[in-house]
Ligand binder design. Sequence first.
Ligand code: SF4
Length: 388
Amino acid sequence: MSAHALLGGSNAHRWLVCTPSAQLEAKFPDRSGESAKEGTFAHELADLYLSRRQGLPVNPRISRLKAGTTEYGDFYSLDMEENVEAYVDLLDAKYQQALKADKNAILLHEEKLDFSSWVPYGFGRGDAIIIADGVMEVIDFKYGATVSVAAKNNPQMRLYALGAYSTYGWLYDIDCVQMTIFQPRNGGEKSETITTKELLSWGETIKPIATQAYKGEGELSPGDHCRFCRASPRCRALKEHNLQLAADYDVDADPKLLSDKEVADVLSRIETLTAWANRVKAYAQEEAVDNGRVFPGYKLVAGRSVRRIEDAVKAEALLEEAGYKKADILKTELLTISKLEKLVGKKKLAKLLDDVIVKPPGKPALVPDRDPRPVFNSAANDFDVIPD
Ligand code: SF4
């Protein structure tokens, strides 16, 4: 059996909406980016920390991960350590609470969850599950910082809950299921609780969709879920969706110039279009370099190259010998805040440099109405800079 199911939990938000997507994605290699690798690293570290708390012998592996001598490279930082510790502490606190209610409560981590009773050959790996009489909690550790993942109506969490229920439901009386996402770098802890009856009834509603998705049948349906679809650089439906001109153009507008409404329409598409265009570009580049694929009108050339000093010690000696002073040829400067956070840890750095870190007001930025930030008050800002 492969390590990943065709219909897994992490792509469920996609195949539940665009049923042919899973079969299409299978035609493309998984080119996980750096943030996916960082997330896998954080999960491995969390699992080891949790195992260590349970008295299992994992220390050499932890040391190798921290030293960057494993297959993951150099992702370890004190900031990550704080986030991983926060996750492990959260699990510990939840488990202790469950034990108070039921002395037979169990905490499982990195558990394979089989939800194939609802989804053909469906399975996934749950980060943590706490089961006690009455309630089961499924917990997912998300390390991503860019997109906040909601717990409400989250199909991945529900599929994992179904998988956990099908394995442990006969051992415990589970009346309700809590699904918790812990995302330390974007939103913290988020939860949804539903009854077991609601969960099972949801499972029944997705059965026919999953069967269709397994066969690769149904209509392609482009939308926000295309973002991480492996088929997206070549998907015709997405291309047509993205390049479709605004149908509701302003009939009263100047025939030569765009109206404000039309400019707003272009603005609303820029983020999606740019992300898609970059994915197409990256895909074409990788295919050309890795597989020699030729796209009509394009060729591979040597990229622009930047000069660099290969031996800094020798260069320094040569310059000094030629009469240049150390102070003129060497530069020392403080690391950026994000690099210092990696070195020192986010909380510790904030405490240490409390007096010297300032956050000046940002420049005005044009964003959609749905952005939660308050409207920029230019009058108040002008007032700030008026001298006494
Ligand atoms: S890119 Fe979007 S529309 Fe195309 S297969 Fe993937 S999810 Fe479906």
